[in-house]
Design a protein around this ligand. Structure first.
Ligand code: MD3
Ligand code: FE
Length: 216
C-alpha cells in the first residue's frame, strides 16, 4: 500500500507560473461554479451571444457577450469598449456579484490586491472554435491585471511573447482554471487552438471563458 502510493500521479500543481507576472490557478473557480452557471444564463438572456465582425471583415468563430459597465465590441470600424450593447441598444447586463468576487479573489491570490473589473467579456467556444494570436490592448491602462476563467471543454492556450513572431508555449486550460496576468506579461500575445470535440460532463460541447478587465 505505502509503496504503491509512491507511484500515484501527483496532485495537479495548484499554481503554474507562465511568466514573471502571469500564472494559472488550477481549479480556483470550481467552488464558484454553482453560482456562475445561473448567472451566465441571466447575462445571456439580456445580451445574447453573437459572432462579431473584425475590422478586416472576418466573422469571429468565437461567440461573445459582455457584462459590467463596459463591453468589448468589434465591427468594421474597429475594436473598442462601449457601455451600450450594439445589438440590443441597451446597457450591458450588470456584472453578477459572484463574477466580481471570483475575479478579485483570484487577482488577490496572484498578488494583485484590490482588482475591481469594470468589464467582463464572455467568450463561448464550440468544437473547432479558435482565437488567433492577439494582444489585449483596448483597455485604458495596462497597470490592472486581467483575470480569465475557463469553464467546460478543455482548450489549448497559446502563450506568446511581446512580438507576434515570438515562439509560443501551449498551456492546457481546463474547467475551473483561472489565469491571471499583469505587469510585464500584460501585453503578451496569446490565442486559443481550435477546440477539440471532447464534451464536458457539465457543459457538454462548449467552453465558456470570462475575461475580467479594467477597461475604462
Ligand atoms: C494573455 N480569451 O478574450 S484568456 C480574450 O480563452 C482572450 O477565451 C482567451 O484572449 C479565451 O481576449 C484566453 C487567457 C490568458 C491567460 C494568460 C495570459 C491570456 C493571457 C497571459 C498573458 C497575456
Ligand atoms: Fe485576449
Amino acid at each position: 500500500m505505502e509503496t504503491l502510493e509512491l507511484f500515484e500521479a501527483p496532485a495537479q500543481d495548484p499554481c503554474q507560473r507562465l511568466g514573471p507576472s502571469a500564472l494559472v490557478l488550477r481549479g480556483f473557480a470550481l467552488p464558484y461554479v454553482p453560482e456562475l452557471m445561473p448567472a451566465i444564463e441571466i447575462v445571456e438572456a439580456a445580451s445574447p451571444f453573437r459572432h462579431m465582425v473584425t475590422p478586416g471583415g472576418f466573422t469571429m468563430s468565437v461567440a461573445l457577450t459582455n457584462c459590467g459597465a463596459l463591453g468589448w465590441t468589434s465591427d468594421r470600424r474597429g475594436y473598442r469598449y462601449a457601455s451600450i450593447d450594439p445589438d440590443t441598444g441597451r446597457p450591458w447586463p450588470v456584472m453578477p456579484e459572484a463574477f466580481s468576487r471570483l475575479a478579485s479573489q483570484a487577482a488577490k491570490a496572484a498578488g494583485f490586491e484590490h482588482f475591481e473589473p469594470d468589464a467582463c467579456l464572455v467568450n463561448r467556444y464550440t468544437p473547432g472554435t479558435r482565437l488567433s494570436l492577439h494582444q489585449d490592448k483596448n483597455e485604458r491602462d495596462y497597470d490592472a491585471p486581467i483575470v480569465s476563467v475557463s469553464l467546460g471543454m478543455s482548450a489549448t492556450f497559446l502563450f506568446g511573447g511581446q512580438a507576434r513572431t515570438d515562439s509560443t508555449v501551449k498551456v492546457p486550460l481546463r474547467h475551473g482554471d483561472v489565469a491571471v496576468w499583469g505587469g510585464v506579461d500584460r501585453l503578451r500575445y496569446h490565442g486559443v487552438m481550435p477546440l477539440k470535440d471532447e464534451p464536458h460532463a457539465l457543459l457538454g460541447r462548449q467552453r465558456i471563458n470570462f475575461t475580467f478587465r479594467k477597461a475604462g
